[in-house]
Design a protein around this ligand. Structure first.
Ligand code: R2B
Ligand code: URA
Length: 313
């Protein structure tokens, strides 16, 4: 299996970059958490047509998205009527569904969970020789100064200290990687919001926290060493720096897309206004409805891009 990436292809932004000299030619690479292997699963035949990979938190949301995008594109999804089949089959860590050129992948909560499946999906599309692949995170978040149900298209992403970097520890040393958002791509996707939508869509800065409770300044966790005023002051401060929403994966997602030479975009719906409270109290029906909003925008983008690709031949 050739794992080297052609320089011309990188220049033309066509292939997914796997930057790892240890993945040598013809070695077996078992993608453990998604239960696929480069040597036995015929990846090129099964996945070579993939152009759009959409990530979201839960398997059920991504299954519903698969049904939605399959009807929007007029392509069949892999699986039985009414229930897309999870390609990862024998592992229940993550779910992957396929509808024509679209893969829908669940990533769990937080960067550590996202990073495992993202690395394995990057290798999957690399081994499958997919070209011009684009990645999307379609998720949920807490909003700041926007109506619940607003979709935020991320044009800048920062960590909890408002820095546009992702810090991690490798071999005992701190590594700092820049979170480079493809602003043009974000703007292009934002154009697919429509004035007649029953929800608002905005371009804005997303703060990516390491935790749902203390990491997002909440005061309703099991532990809390700050008070209501501290929380409000922090929320006001980050809002004054342009932050529109807070979630838990965008920093890892954007950083890894950049490293992989893949266009990546993040669209999250807000479930509450954090200036008004901490608890997500939206009822199930409304929650299900709003989770579809970022999917609607991404589906419009994909539909348009897919039709252009088909025309080109
Ligand atoms: C948004 O919602 C989840 C936490 O409830 C987390 O995955 C995120 O980013
Ligand atoms: N997801 C988050 O990470 N934070 C919220 O407030 C809501 C959803």
């Amino acid at each position: 299996m050739d794992t080297t990436t052609d320089d011309n292809d990188i220049k033309q932004n066509r292939t997914v970059r796997v930057k790892n000299p240890h993945l040598l030619k013809n070695t077996v690479d078992h993608l453990y958490h998604i239960s696929l292997s480069n040597t036995s699963d015929d990846l090129e035949n099964r996945f070579g047509d993939v152009k759009f990979v959409c990530f979201g938190g839960t398997p059920s949301r991504m299954s519903k998205f698969t049904q939605f995008i399959s009807s929007e594109l007029g392509v069949k999804y892999y699986g039985d009527v009414g229930s897309p089949t999870n390609i990862t089959g024998s592992t229940d860590r993550y779910a992957i569904y396929k509808a024509g050129p679209v893969l829908a992948v669940s990533h769990g909560i937080g960067i550590p969970s996202l990073s495992i499946v993202l690395q394995e999906v990057v290798k999957l599309v690399h081994y499958a020789k997919c070209q011009d692949v684009e990645f999307f995170r379609i998720g949920t978040s807490g909003g700041l100064g926007v109506e619940p149900g607003t979709v935020v298209v991320t044009e800048k992403v920062v960590n909890g200290a408002l820095e546009p970097f992702h810090h991690s520890i490798v071999l005992g040393k701190s590594v700092k990687r820049p979170a480079v958002v493809d602003k043009e791509f974000a703007k292009e996707i934002y154009q697919f919001a429509d004035i007649s939508d029953k929800f608002q869509t905005v371009l804005g800065t997303t703060l990516c926290a390491d935790d749902f409770y203390e990491g997002q300044g909440r005061i309703d966790g099991a532990f809390c060493e700050h008070d209501h005023d501290d929380k409000l002051n922090w929320l006001k401060h980050v809002h004054s720096q342009g932050v529109c929403n807070i979630e838990m994966e965008s920093l890892g997602f954007i950083t890894m897309c950049h490293r992989a030479n893949v266009k990546g975009a993040v669209l999250c719906v807000t479930l509450l206004d954090r200036f008004k409270g901490d608890m997500v109290t939206m009822d199930h029906k409304f929650l299900t409805a709003v989770q579809k909003y970022p999917q609607i925008i991404v589906a419009r983008y994909i539909k348009n891009a897919y039709h252009l690709l088909l025309k080109k031949g």
